[in-house]
Design a protein around this ligand. Structure first.
Ligand code: SAH
Length: 401
């Protein structure tokens, strides 16, 4: 069953003017939530803070914005009242607008967020069995890669998300889970459900590396949101020339969407493979900084019935991964309307996993989560796009009637 979460629209502070019988919304002031320390300093200077004091003030604000998660300047009790007033005149602390928020029976939460007109993306929180849970964030709206089994590929790329929009997704989740500490309730790491971040939502993170790296700096900062770099995983379809750079710039964990063990099949499933074939991809993976037992590469392998799920392929996978510190995530294919693919049978997936386990790999089968709220990639957004299209048709029909 589906419940809708309450939500706070970004335009909380939007003002309305009434002119000649027409009501128009004025754009809200820009938000500081999600900005890097440097960008925050620049905004302070723009609001009139003396440049030589901006850095210190930015540090002060940082703690309020990212450690306590406050949503208004008035709460910043150690900031001079006058400055609080100036900030409130120029800026807000609003998060990206939440269009819908849903909670699945199994506790999975999904948000459709609007980053701007017609620019929607989604993020999903997946609670674990224990205390930990991962938030799956989007790095782009849409995607250019066109992997044949992925629904996002059927949508046009609209744009890269900014670092602030990526961080905004994490802030939305922490708001909803009520996991910002207060002075009366200092939450420790062990008290939180949201412990990990995975860049496995919409988009290809390595095509937006500057913003992803900036977002990771903000999310992992120990004076703020404080989700450590080892708890942040970036998943790529295999943009080989950027893989080493990702490790050097972010220190994040690496995940590779592999899905096939030979170039012919991978060319078909992940067309990016034609540009960066397996040999080149694995050369790049081997250069990822500080790989070892404590820092393994996660290989994602979506189980597609009759396509990539034979035992011979499981054995080929073991061979391919030789010498790479690896974990394997078997993902049951999540079907979407119109897809030609089906998910492998459960016993086929189990037998596939057994081959990997016998070779010494931990290969958890990712249990399908949040199916009742369409938590598969791209689904919620496209459902809402469809809905809007049908609303438009309805309005048109009504206008013509
Ligand atoms: N572009 C990045 C991150 C986004 S996709 C990447 O390719 O890694 C996150 C993961 O979900 C990828 O492994 C992707 O292949 C997988 N995926 C996409 N559509 C899926 C579906 N319908 N069912 C199961 N997994 C899917």
């Amino acid at each position: 069953m589906l419940r809708f979460l309450g939500y706070t629209p970004l335009n909380e502070q939007a003002q309305h003017i009434h002119k000649g019988g027409v009501t128009a919304a004025l754009p809200s002031p820009p938000s500081l939530a999600g900005l890097s320390k440097a960008a925050l300093g620049e905004k302070l200077v723009a609001a009139g803070v003396e440049p030589d004091k901006a850095k210190m003030r930015a540090e002060q604000l940082w703690r309020w914005i990212y450690h306590y998660g406050v949503t208004n300047f008035a709460a910043m009790t150690n900031v001079a009242k006058e400055l609080r007033g100036t900030l409130a005149e120029h800026y807000t602390l609003a998060r990206p607008e939440i269009v819908t928020g849903q909670v699945s029976q199994d506790g999975t939460r999904k948000w459709l967020t609007r980053f701007g007109p017609g620019t929607e993306g989604e993020c999903v929180f997946i609670p674990d069995v224990g205390r930990s849970g991962a938030l799956c964030v989007s790095s782009q709206v849409g995607c250019t890669l066109n992997c044949t089994f992925c629904h996002t590929g059927t949508q046009k790329l609209v744009r890269n998300l900014s670092a602030a929009e990526i961080v905004g997704q994490v802030m939305i989740a922490r708001d909803a889970l009520n996991e910002w500490p207060t002075q009366a309730r200092p939450l420790n790491d062990g008290d939180r459900q949201l412990t990990n971040i995975v860049f496995m939502g919409m988009g290809e993170p390595l095509y937006n590396l500057d913003n992803v790296a900036e977002a990771i700096d903000t999310i992992s900062d120990g004076d703020g949101i404080s989700i450590g770099r080892r708890r942040i995983t970036v998943s790529t379809a295999g943009v080989a020339p950027r893989i080493k750079e990702l490790g050097e710039r972010t220190g994040a964990m690496l995940a590779i969407s592999l899905h096939a063990t030979n170039d012919d099949l991978r060319n078909e499933l992940v067309p990016l493979n034609k540009k960066y074939p397996l040999a080149e991809l694995f050369d790049a993976i081997r250069q990822y900084p500080s790989l070892g037992n404590a820092k393994r590469v996660t290989f994602e392998y979506v189980m597609l019935k009759g396509v990539n799920d034979t035992l011979a392929e499981a054995k080929a996978l073991v061979k391919l991964l030789a010498g790479v510190p690896a974990k394997i995530n078997l993902i049951p294919f999540n079907p979407w309307p119109g897809t030609p693919y089906e998910c492998s049978e459960w016993d086929v997936i189990e037998r596939f996993a057994e081959v990997l386990n016998r070779a010494g790999y931990s290969s958890p089968i990712r249990t399908p989560r949040g199916r009742d709220i369409l938590a598969a990639c791209g689904q919620l957004r496209s459902e809402s796009v469809k809905q809007r299209a049908s609303e438009r048709l309805k309005t048109k029909a009504e206008a013509e009637a």
